[in-house]
Design a protein around this ligand. Structure first.
Ligand code: PAF
Length: 290
């Protein structure tokens, strides 16, 4: 069943082998969980696997650095590829299968079908990465069709992505339940991310301010501050802490639409994307209505 390196847990590298395994598990009436990833796994990914294991008999983790969600000049080539180390971590937390598909099978020569959403894809990440959610939605839709899981778990760290996936699943009637997994943080609050490896020691220290600024922003909203004022304060703090700021905003927690001025009247989410040195980091925090 394997045509790749020797790994610490079973792995499949093509759709036919994946389907053989899933068919077998379905025959045995097992509930299948799925965690899609691009590899370079850290404790945040492993927590998603652990969450899936709580309600599923078998958990499949895909590892695929998806070319269609990177624009030319982004870090597709540099993105860390650590399949063997990833598999060892997955075996340790009890995942059952790695699915590491081949790019040529995922995107066959001359493919012309992609998935585009409006709504939650507008703004935020799409401003500086306009290609991004089409690439994510397309690959996740394909992965769901290939794996056919009962449940899929996505990190809340990529909050806009989670909202986009929820909407795609709802709109296309895909038979999969979606769960969000809480962001896992370092002791100083920095959200775990595969891109944190790009930070040098000074940048790493500065990066931890992001969580503090977002937490203060969320706390201000929770205690009734005017959205526009709290947002302005958070933006000023971010501008003085980081090398550049793509956005620091409060949005409706579900639709991601902009909020009216005044105190929040429904659950909100504060979200940010900034750069420390050359590294772009994103993070977010809940600001539930009191
Ligand atoms: O969040 C990620 O790692 C990726 O965007 C995903 C969902 C695996 C799609 O390539």
């Amino acid at each position: 069943m394997s045509n790749g390196p020797e790994l610490a847990l079973p792995a499949v590298y093509n759709i036919a082998d994946l389907r053989d395994q899933v068919r077998q598990w379905r025959k045995d009436d097992l509930r299948i969980g799925f965690v899609p990833t691009m590899g370079a796994l850290h404790d945040g990914h492993l927590a998603l696997v652990t969450q899936a294991l709580e309600t599923c008999d078998r958990v499949i983790v895909s590892i695929f650095v998806n070319p269609t969600q990177f624009a030319p000049g982004e870090d597709f080539d540099a993105y860390p590829r650590t399949l063997e180390a990833d598999a060892t971590k997955l075996a340790d937390v009890g995942a059952h299968l790695v699915y590491s598909p081949d790019a040529g099978e995922m995107y066959p020569e001359g493919y012309v079908t992609t998935v585009h959403l409006t709504g939650p894809t507008h703004g935020l990440e799409s401003v500086s990465r306009p290609h991004f959610f089409n690439g994510v939605a397309t690959v996740v839709c394909k992965l769901f069709n290939q794996v056919q899981p009962d449940l899929a778990v996505f990190g809340e760290k990529d909050y806009q992505q989670l909202m986009v996936i929820r909407r795609m699943v709802r709109d296309l009637n895909l038979p999969v339940e979606i769960e969000g997994g809480q962001t896992v943080r370092e002791a100083d609050g920095l959200a775990l991310s595969s891109r944190n490896v790009y930070l040098n020691a000074t940048e790493r220290e500065r990066a931890s301010r992001l969580n503090v600024i977002l937490q203060e922003f969320a706390d201000a909203l929770k205690s009734g501050a005017n959205v526009a004022d709290a947002q302005h304060q958070a933006q000023l703090k971010a501008q003085s802490a980081f090398d550049s700021v793509d956005y620091v905003v409060a949005r409706d927690a579900e639709s991601l639409e902009a909020l009216p001025s005044g105190p929040i009247e429904r659950d909100a989410r504060v979200l940010a994307a900034i750069r420390v040195g050359k590294t772009r980091l994103i993070d977010n925090r809940a600001a539930p209505k009191a």
